[in-house]
Design a protein. Sequence first.
Length: 93
Amino acid sequence: RRREPSVVTVVSVSQGFLHTARSLLAPALGRRHVLQEILLPLSDPKVLAAADVVIADSIAAREIKRRGVIVYRLIAPVSLDYLADAVKTYSSA
């Protein structure tokens, strides 16, 4: 919905996530906007400076020191809680 041409940056620890994001975003971005894909770790934090929109997976979002990052959660928080509890139970046994 952005009216001005924009740089949309997707940041992830997963090459698969970047590929999926490219497939999903390409039709919406068209030729008006630019998609930048960044695989963590960041070689230079300044690389995000040109981004108008930053979309990151849960892990990458923790590493990015920038306001307004859109976090895309591949796994529902309830599922993460379940896994955390299972690991705790397993570790205690």
